[in-house]
Design a protein around this ligand. Structure first.
Ligand code: ATP
Length: 153
């Protein structure tokens, strides 16, 4: 993952931003990692086409955004690296929705917290396995030594 990653997420249109002439209901056209303003439909507005590291269209989900942009930051944070994920945009653009989410589509914060605890549990489990294995090895070793001592006596 790059050190800094900038992504744009298009939110579904509201009744005031709805563009009924456009099949996806808004003026924004998303192609791969490029977003362009088309107004009217099929007419790109000059100078209003930009590329980003990622562009999520209006059908994207919070978990999709999390998987692509934030999961790696969280996994690195558990290993001790610093990382930040933040949402920026005009009012009602969907920052809170993306961060907090809804019941059906939990947001970045809850997915991140879940992953942090899941990772801690996994680290604890491997830690336990490592020491349990070491203990078992020691017990078998002592048993073999005792048996050998017994035989030689
Ligand atoms: N991707 C989305 N899918 C469905 N609904 C969305 C989406 N993004 C935003 N909304 C809805 O749009 C409304 C405004 O979104 P939200 O509150 O997240 O905006 P905001 O950027 O946090 O605004 P503000 O800066 O005013 O706090 C909310 O009702 C939210 O549920």
């Amino acid at each position: 993952m790059e050190k800094i990653c900038v992504a744009v997420r298009v939110r579904p249109p509201t009744s005031t931003t709805q563009d009924n002439n456009n099949p996806n209901g808004n003026h924004w056209n998303v192609e791969s990692n490029r977003i362009s303003l088309h107004k009217p439909l099929g007419t790109p507005v000059p100078g209003a086409s930009h590329t980003f590291d990622h562009v999520f269209d209006q059908n994207s989900t919070n978990s999709g955004v999390y998987e692509l942009l934030t999961k790696d930051i969280i996994l690195a944070a558990v290993e001790g690296f610093n990382g930040t994920a933040f949402a920026y945009g005009q009012t009602s653009s969907g920052k809170t929705y993306t961060m907090n989410g809804s019941e059906n589509d939990p947001g970045i914060i809850s997915l991140a917290v879940k992953d942090v605890f899941q990772n801690i549990e996994m680290v604890k489990f491997f830690f336990f396995l490592t020491f349990a294995k070491a203990d078992l090895f020691l017990i078998i070793f002592m048993f073999v030594v005792l048996v050998l001592l017994n035989i030689s006596i």
